[in-house]
Design a protein around this ligand. Structure first.
Ligand code: 1PR
Length: 549
């Protein structure tokens, strides 16, 4: 049997490896096109993926001479599917990039989500429910959830009025276009290659030319449809080399990853909880909405291209079709041969290996210090700014490692304090959260609110909020910390550290407005599965994604 070929526009941005992995898993061969001369004429099925900034993607398209050839391709009736900014580029324009003209195939414009009462970017799992008669369009099911990450939305009415079939999602009362279709043009705002089984189903239907999928109509008929963004449950794997030189998943207590037991065999050794790729796949199959790897080995004597984490990402992205984040060591580095490599290049290498987001820890604190020292001037040169500009805010997560510092009253410190329900050792009723770097080994004169507000201004897309006091404690999340951070910024927050059972996830979602919650030890030790957490949340009426839908 001849393998069918899918041409994919390669504008050299974002994670194209996952799309490649998804298409090849579905039995097709990928041919990349960087310029129109590289095979657009012979293409029969074309994918147009894009991430990041509207103006950046459209200008890139224009600079490479794609605009007219793409319009001619569409006019010829051959199939094309836009993904994320690949959908947005079909529109006339976006308030994200005033004055930049889109392809204008859809006579409407995009505008920013209202962030006065919700987190923006809109990150996570939401619906794409077809409006009108074309139910089952390319395998879309109203009961499925798909992975979105975007700050700009297309309004539904104007698109329908111009004759397009539309599938919609709803984000806290704002309706947006999740997918559009007209004749040979199909596009999704969500990432099918990152949307688990549901996303692969849509991609397969498009590649196979299965415009109206009877199976999707049948499956939807009796399924429950609840619109809106789900709460995300994330599995996190701290990875490092153990004493035998193997890369293993480990887990600390307050960041100490060495065994406490006194036996000669295990005492003092790095805890080994399993193999990174296998564990990530298990969590994916079990319903994790995202998987995060934190590399806590520095690999000092290893050139960037040979960094073992890259191989872990490549392998994981072959079988895990939900977003992958990688953290640890995202900063300007110098290879052993003296070559200087910028944080942007380090991040690009990870994106090319299958990561969707990078998470920055120590470097973010240092950048925030300079930001305040300069009177809040943005230099445009920090890792956060350069990566966010090139790949979009959604690709930049800031991993925060704070420690509690107790004080008797707010006036006892210049830092932002909270009144705490768990007083300190000397009955102090206030605490501030001090930022640390180097995995908690060094404290800095900065509080967590200062850090996250600076990061939002620099263009970060999300905060991964750890808490050293709670890490590995199984005593639940630090609700006071999460509450405080959520009130300071409007980008999404992932609550982390302290999860010991499904009830802790329910508690953090019910008592704070966190967008996502992350667990590590309780999953690694096999005490609970990700599905136990999601079933528990579902039983208590929270909206979650069901991987089998
Ligand atoms: O500073 O940019 O190189 O990034 C280093 C990254 O590695 C940071 O994100 C930092 O949080 C992480 N890190 C450094 N040292 C450790 C350590 O454990 N010794 N791991 C470490 C931090 C924290 C969590 C953990 C939760 C949940 N891991 O993400 O997974 O606390 O755990 P739990 O559910 O078991 O309580 P840079």
């Amino acid at each position: 049997m001849t393998v069918k070929i899918v041409h994919v526009l390669d504008l050299e941005s974002g994670n194209l490896r996952s799309l490649y992995n998804a298409v090849t898993k579905l039995g097709y061969e990928v041919k990349w096109i960087k310029t129109p001369e590289e095979g657009l004429d012979e293409a029969e099925i074309l994918l147009f993926p894009g991430v990041g900034n509207f103006g950046h993607v459209v200008s890139n398209l224009r600079d490479r001479g794609f605009v007219e050839p793409l319009k001619a391709y569409i006019a010829s009736g051959r199939r094309i599917m836009g993904i994320c900014v690949g959908l947005q580029a079909l529109f006339r324009g976006s308030t994200e990039s005033p004055g930049v003209e889109g392809l204008g195939i859809i006579p409407a414009d995009l505008e920013k989500f209202d962030d006065t009462s919700k987190s923006v970017p809109h990150i996570g799992w939401n619906s794409a429910a077809v409006v009108g008669e074309k139910q089952g369009l390319y395998g879309l099911r109203p009961s499925s959830k798909y992975y979105y990450v975007h700050s700009y939305r297309a309004g539904v009415d104007s698109v329908i009025k111009s004759g397009w079939t539309v599938a919609t999602g709803n984000y806290n009362g704002e309706e947006f276009v999740g997918a559009v279709c007209k004749d040979n043009v199909f596009a999704t705002q969500f990432h099918p290659e990152k949307s688990g089984v549901a996303g692969l189903r849509v991609l397969r239907a498009f590649l196979d030319g299965d415009v109206i999928s009877e199976a999707a109509i049948f499956a939807s008929a009796n399924a429950k449809f609840t619109p809106g963004l789900t709460k995300r449950v994330i599995a996190c794997l701290d990875v490092r080399t153990n004493d035998d030189g193997d890369l293993v998943v480990t887990k600390g207590d307050q960041y100490d990853v060495r065994e406490k037991s006194a036996t000669a065999e295990t005492g003092g050794k790095v805890r080994n909880l399993g193999k990174p790729v296998e564990m990530a796949e298990r969590y994916y199959l079990d319903g994790a909405d995202e998987v995060t790897f934190l590399n806590i080995t520095s690999f000092r004597n290893c050139p960037l291209v040979d960094t073992p984490m890259l191989e872990i990402l490549r392998k994981t992205s072959e079988t895990v079709f939900v977003p992958l984040t990688i953290g640890g060591g995202i900063r300007d580095i110098v290879d052993p041969d003296g070559t200087k490599i910028s944080a942007l290049e380090v991040a690009s290498t990870y994106f090319r290996s299958g990561a969707d987001k990078v998470s920055i820890g120590s470097d973010a604190v240092l950048a925030a210090e300079e930001f305040y020292a300069s009177g809040e001037k943005l230099t445009g040169q920090t890792a956060i700014e350069t990566i966010s500009r090139a790949y979009g805010a959604q690709a930049v997560v800031i991993s925060v490692d704070p420690k509690r510092v107790y004080v008797s009253s707010p006036s006892a410190t210049t830092h932002h304090t909270v009144k705490t329900a768990t007083p300190g050792p000397n009955r102090e009723e206030y605490a501030w959260y001090q930022c640390t770097i180097k995995g908690g080994r060094e404290t800095r004169d900065m509080d967590v609110v200062q850090l996250v507000t600076a990061m939002e201004k620099m263009g970060a897309g999300e905060i991964l909020l750890n808490c050293i006091d709670k890490d590995g404690s199984n005593s639940g999340f630090d609700l006071e910390l999460i509450h405080d951070v959520k009130h300071s910024i409007s980008i999404p927050v992932i609550a982390s550290s302290g999860a010991g059972n499904p009830g802790h996830f329910l508690e953090v979602f019910e008592k704070t407005t966190t967008d996502a919650a992350l667990g590590a030890g309780m999953f690694h030790r096999g005490e609970y599965k990700v599905s136990d957490v999601k079933d528990f949340l579902n039983d208590h009426g929270l909206l979650i994604r069901n991987e089998s839908e």
